[in-house]
Design a protein around this ligand. Structure first.
Ligand code: KG4
Ligand code: ZN
Length: 349
């Protein structure tokens, strides 16, 4: 990282995100105000395979990246030369997907002379909570989270508990030992024959189910901040097999509700315990799984902590969150050289 101090003013970043199966670009002012956020989802393309097909994702990013970036700039009525920097997701993610966004950002930086800021995708999920959730709020009423905070990042690839005492500094308290929370949702959806993507399908089925119908195990892993969801997934599988071998029908909605309740309970309990133990002022929940309404309700139906959970459109992958994180790096003088590479396995802490 090259150190270059810049005095904050009305700083505007263009950000690009292509770590998985969304091609996204956004223009954000002051790391807080979304001027435009364009997300081209490939979900329909991958649905036929029941999961993200990496080569197809990469090819689709190549096709979509130019129009997506152009749209983000034109809707913001801004030219590259009116911006201050370009942020891009450097990792973690699919190598062939990341490289499309990184190369696009490099080309734009080279052509415009704007500085380049490489952002960790998970850091982006965290900073989604700094984005003003009200798109019309130009008056600056939104109060972002207060540090120190405990962040729970739950996505398709990660379940992480992070202590954040200062900006862009992350202490890893724990993470999943096996399946990520989103991965567990996706796998259980598949074994219940629910459509891809699994998270929203389970949530929808669970709304009509009884969460006490089955008691699935809660892996509390006392004494550690780690999570484990593979035992829970296996328990659902065994239950389905047992019902099938008895010739009984599969109560998909009850199974989905009981599974979801087990995931939510463990995530919420551990996050509150960590927040208490580390004296957090706030809690932050981010990543695709934080779109889950049962999880959101469990976190917000208490008064011990103020819990920040971004609005649904900012929970799943987008580039506005990358701009928000990029802003924090950029205003601290952290920019990258044009020869930097994508880091598919880049850990947050
Ligand atoms: O953050 P994200 O969009 O992409 C990654 O960085 O992984 O997260 C995607 C994950 C998927 O596993 C998806 O099933 C899950 O988030 N997800 C949900 C919901 N919406 C998305 N899980 C539970 N309930 C939801 N409503
Ligand atoms: Zn993500």
């Amino acid at each position: 990282m090259e150190e270059k101090k810049k005095t904050p003013g009305n700083i505007r970043l263009l950000a690009i995100e292509t770590s998985c199966d969304e091609t996204a670009a956004a223009v954000v002012s002051e790391g807080r105000l979304i001027l435009t956020s364009v997300v081209a989802s490939q979900v329909d393309l991958h649905a036929q395979y029941g999961g993200v097909f990496p080569e197809m994702a990469s090819r689709q990013h190549i096709l979509t990246i130019f129009p997506v970036v152009e749209q983000a700039l034109s809707q913001a009525h801004l030219d590259l030369k009116e911006l201050d920097a370009i942020a891009v997701t450097r990792g973690p993610g699919l190598a062939g997907s990341l490289v499309v966004g990184v190369n696009m950002a490099k080309a734009l930086a080279l052509g415009s002379g704007l500085p380049l800021v490489g952002v960790n995708h998970l850091e982006g999920h965290i900073y989604s909570a700094w984005l003003d959730p009200d798109p019309d709020n130009a008056g600056g009423q939104y109060a972002p989270p207060i540090l120190p905070l405990v962040a729970l990042i739950v996505s398709g690839g990660h379940s992480l508990l992070i202590l954040m005492r200062e900006h862009i500094t992350y202490e890893r308290l724990g993470g999943t030992l096996d399946d990520a929370a989103g991965e567990a949702f996706d796998k259980v959806a598949r074994l219940l024959d629910l459509p891809y993507p699994g998270g929203p399908s389970i949530e929808k089925a669970a709304q009509k189910g009884n969460q006490s119908a089955f008691h699935f195990p809660r892996a509390r892993l006392d004494g550690s901040w780690d999570f484990s969801f593979s035992g829970l997934k296996t328990a659902v599988l065994r239950q389905v097999q047992a019902l099938k071998s008895d010739g009984r029908s599969i109560p998909v909605e009850d199974l989905a509700a009981s599974f979801q309740a087990a995931v939510v309970e463990v995530l919420v309990e551990k996050t509150f315990m960590a927040a208490e133990q580390y004296g957090a002022r706030n809690i932050l929940v981010a990543g695709g799984v934080s779109a889950n309404l049962a999880l959101r309700r469990a976190f917000t139906s208490q008064e011990r902590f103020q819990v920040f959970i971004p609005p649904l459109r900012l929970c799943t992958d987008n580039a506005a969150m990358i701009a928000a994180a990029g802003y924090q790096r950029f205003t601290r003088g952290q920019t990258d050289e044009l020869d930097f590479d994508a880091l598919p396995n880049w850990p947050l802490a």
